[in-house]
Ligand binder design. Structure first.
Ligand SMILES: Cc1ncc(COP(=O)(O)O)c(C=O)c1O
Length: 236
């Protein structure tokens, strides 16, 4: 993109460190480091979208720590309030913050003016959630339960229609072969059947994407993967 458009036209690059909604795609080894180096070389800001990966999903508080790559800005939501009250946030490096905070006093500061910026209910929920993460050690729990989740998920290898299984921490993707001419249909039908059996899965295209609660226990993983395995046996 730099070669095509010239770095001077590129303000920032935004990536999910592990791409979620495109089908649980893990970054190739060294990919994020290389992206960081290219951004540094050309003065381009690197933004991590940690809406899924943030708050313990990979077994570290953030994917930035997990991969050892520090972005300039980071967007977060979901896990910041356990999803129980809507809230999003942007974290940034001190120098970006300072640019906004050290300008003329009459100009806008870093804090933006959204209707619901820093809503007291959302802030209370987020503070409560952060306390719970700390009290119950949840930001690193994916590290402990992750290997059980990994083994369970990979037991689906070779199951009917399964062409790939990917996972990291408490994120997983089971990719299915698409029905020719009907992309997404097979996964959607499996979603409906799992729902009938009391298990909620999420699909993106023909990939079943898992992002279970950080408090998930082994028996829930068994139920989740077991139900899917049963449904796959008879799936069209
Ligand atoms: C990785 C990722 N980024 C951004 C979003 C959108 O976040 P929000 O709804 O807080 O704008 C989502 C929503 O699912 C997401 O999964």
């Amino acid at each position: 993109m730099v070669a095509l458009h010239d770095a001077s036209t590129i303000a920032a690059v935004i990536v999910e460190p592990v791409a979620g909604s495109t089908g649980v795609l893990l970054p190739p080894k060294g990919y994020l480091e290389r992206l960081r180096a290219i951004c540094d070389k050309h003065g381009i800001l690197l933004i991590f979208d940690e809406v899924i990966t943030g708050f313990g999903r990979l077994g570290s508080p953030f994917a930035a720590q997990h991969f050892g790559v520090t972005p300039d800005l980071m967007t977060v939501a979901k896990g910041i309030s356990n999803g129980c009250v809507p809230m999003g946030a942007v974290f940034c490096k001190q120098q970006i913050h300072d640019v906004f905070m050290t300008g003329p006093e009459h100009l806008i500061e870093f804090t933006h003016g959204y209707t619901y910026s820093a809503h007291p209910l959302a802030c209370a929920a987020a503070l409560g959630t952060l306390d719970t993460y700390a009290d119950e050690g949840l930001l690193t729990r994916a590290r402990e339960i992750g290997s059980y989740f990994e083994n369970a998920l990979h037991s689906l290898k070779g199951a009917r229609h399964v062409i790939d299984v990917r996972n990291i921490g408490l994120v997983g993707g089971v990719e299915l072969e698409s029905i020719p001419g009907q992309p997404g249909k097979r996964a959607f039908d499996i979603f409906l059947e799992c729902w009938q059996r009391g298990v909620l899965i999420r699909t993106t295209g023909d990939t079943i994407a898992f992002s279970p609660p950080l408090i998930i226990e082994k028996q829930h993983i068994d139920q989740l993967v077991g139900t899917l395995a049963d449904v796959l046996k008879t799936a069209v």
